[in-house]
Design a binder for this molecule. Structure first.
Ligand SMILES: O=C(O)CCC(=O)C(=O)O
Ligand SMILES: [Fe+2]
Length: 287
């Protein structure tokens, strides 16, 4: 067994959430440093790396050292034939992320993490914010925790991505979890997710993809989701990143949600994302 001996230099953004990782070159990081980054990712949930020299291939190489890469997205085509893993979020192609969401929760096995690289930044604006879903869960009243602990919700990708799937040749998306995506059947996930590595609980519903809570009335579902969204996105639970060229962000999708500000008018913003394969979310009942 090789012990992890390196310590990363972290500049924390809050007591338990978010950190800038200082002085680490992701292109030349040692295996021990990659192990430490993976551990810090679970611990701090979102990490930022400034002044990186990653290009498209370097980003994919980094992803392969941290986990197993998925296709670009279940239904959005990849950056290119050679770069099947890269999902380009380009404002010129209507690529925005101006709704709070956790990535790809509308499939059975959503990605465990995402790595995002700034490619073209607008002159100003276009910040991205992340919310800590575990801190948000922990600061709910115990009675509300008990209420949501036992609930399940439906996640449906059709509203955001059904159109794009219909546009793809033969209606065929990408391979996800061993199958070519041809339909976006809604899936159910626990409203509270138990993190498979830490056992911590977090709110696991999001306005981007969650359609409703199972087994309650429409009014109850709406009220429960609104309560959770308002609580999740309180400023106390959020960190906000102002992008600079060379920045890379990495986050744990099992414990966060995020939102990209669409406040840069018609100037261009391009980001490249890769995602790490994840597992089927477990709720409190499963542990
Ligand atoms: O463009 C951004 O800052 C975030 C886009 C997004 O939602 C993602 O990369 O998953
Ligand atoms: Fe996202």
């Amino acid at each position: 067994m090789t012990a992890t001996t390196v310590e990363l230099r972290l500049d924390p953004l809050g007591p338990r959430f978010g950190a800038d990782v200082l002085g680490l070159d992701l292109a030349t990081a040692s295996d021990e440093e990659i192990v430490a980054v993976r551990a810090a990712l679970v611990e701090r949930k979102v990490l930022f790396f400034r002044n990186q020299a990653l290009d498209v291939d370097g980003q994919v190489r980094l992803g392969n050292r941290l986990g197993e890469l998925t296709a670009s997205h279940p239904v959005i085509g990849p950056l290119s034939e050679q770069h099947q893993e890269i999902y380009a979020i380009d404002s010129a192609d209507n690529g925005f992320a101006d709704v709070w969401h956790t990535d790809v929760t509308f499939v059975r096995r959503p990605p465990m993490g995402s790595i995002l690289r700034a490619v073209t930044l607008p002159p100003s604006g276009g910040d991205t914010s992340w919310a800590d879903s575990q801190l948000a869960y922990e600061s709910l009243h115990p009675g509300v925790q008990r209420l949501v602990d036992g609930l399940t919700a439906v996640h449906d990708g059709n509203r955001e991505f059904g159109y794009y799937l219909a546009q793809r040749r033969n209606g065929r998306g990408n391979e996800w979890d061993g199958e070519i995506v041809t339909r976006l059947d809604p899936v159910e996930h626990p409203v509270v997710r138990v993190h498979p590595e830490t056992g911590r609980k977090g709110i696991f519903v999001n306005p981007g993809f969650t359609s409703h809570v199972v087994g309650v009335s429409d009014a109850e579902s709406r009220a429960i989701l609104d309560l959770l969204y308002a609580h999740l996105t309180k400023p106390e639970h959020v960190v906000r990143h102002r992008w600079q060229p060379g920045d890379v962000a990495m986050w744990d999708n099992r414990s966060t949600s995020h939102y990209a500000n669409r406040d840069y008018g018609d100037t261009r913003r391009v980001m490249h994302r890769i995602t790490l394969r994840g597992d089927v979310p477990d709720g409190p009942a499963a542990i």
